[in-house]
Design a protein around this ligand. Structure first.
Ligand SMILES: Nc1ncnc2c1ncn2[C@@H]1O[C@H](COP(=O)(O)OP(=O)(O)OP(=O)(O)O)[C@@H](O)[C@H]1O
Length: 257
């Protein structure tokens, strides 16, 4: 479904260049939920943006469903690949009603039966049709994220790119949104590529995941590996201990192994 070969992404002018992603190769199967995990600045979101066709300062090869990702996103690609961001407020137009936010992609793609599709999308994210004529600021953070997910779903994509989809939400709401995303994947068979700094989220959501450090993939492991703590790289084990709230001294001891 997703093939990434030797992806390198650099930002900035030659003298002050930052290599955000450094020779990453990954394959994600259709229907899989794959995670990119790592500390801030490790290059996770940059990979997502490259797969989405949102940046062009990269070398290597990326394809989605057999189609090479090019620098210019065409309509067909936009239908195939959708993105959900951390902060739904930033991605939902503040002056548009939920109805308009969900209808617009259908209008652009000349898809008929708009009202029924909007209602169905709201149902899918467990928001009733009564939300249709509200504005984003009239919704809670969790409800806004549900709308952002509905918008991502409305064109029936094959791949959804999720960039920290719950980290801006209250802890109590996070699990609700993660469960919703899991249910949607089970029902629709859509593929997820999910970025998170939180191994708890990855354990909940992902079949497999890549641990990233300084632009490189340190290891690829499965949900089972995570559950049993059998991660092969010392850095991944440190991340795991940190996510379980261990003391810095204990975590650092692992680095010396
Ligand atoms: N537009 C940009 N211009 C310059 N540098 C950038 C740009 N975008 C990202 N970077 C740099 O690339 C590196 C990787 O950033 P990226 O956002 O991919 O990391 P991340 O792992 O997703 O981190 P976070 O979890 O904080 O979002 C960082 O050093 C960042 O400063």
């Amino acid at each position: 479904m997703i093939s990434i070969q030797d992806l390198t992404v650099r930002f900035g002018e030659v003298r002050q260049q930052v290599t955000a992603v450094d020779g990453v190769s990954l394959d994600v199967a259709a229907g899989e939920s794959f995670g990119l995990v790592g500390e801030s600045g490790s290059g996770k979101s940059t990979i997502l943006r490259a797969v989405a066709g949102l940046i062009d300062n990269w070398t290597g090869a990326i394809s989605v469903d057999g189609r090479p990702v090019t620098r210019r996103r065409d309509r067909a690609f936009y239908r195939l690949v959708q993105m959900v961001f951390q902060d739904p407020f930033g991605s939902l137009h503040p002056k548009h009603t939920i109805d308009r936010i969900l209808s617009e992609p259908l209008i652009v793609h000349r898809i008929a039966d708009i009202e029924n599709r909007v209602r169905a999308a709201l149902d899918q994210v467990q928001l009733g049709a009564r939300f249709r004529f509200r504005y984003p600021h009239q919704l809670s953070g969790g409800q806004r994220q549900r709308v952002a997910i509905a918008r991502a779903l409305i064109l029936g994509p094959r791949l959804i790119l999720l960039d920290e989809p719950t980290s801006a939400l209250d802890v109590s709401i996070q699990a609700e949104i993660l469960n919703l995303l899991s249910d949607i994947r089970q029902q629709s068979g859509v593929t997820y590529l999910l970025v998170s700094h939180d191994l708890g989220v990855v354990a909940h959501m992902c079949d497999r995941f890549a641990v990233m450090r300084q632009g490189k993939v340190v290891e690829v492991a499965t949900r089972g590996d995570l559950a049993t703590g059998s991660l092969s790289h010392a850095y991944s084990r440190q991340l795991l201990l940190a996510s379980r709230g261990y003391d810095r001294a204990v975590i650092d001891a692992f680095a010396d192994e």
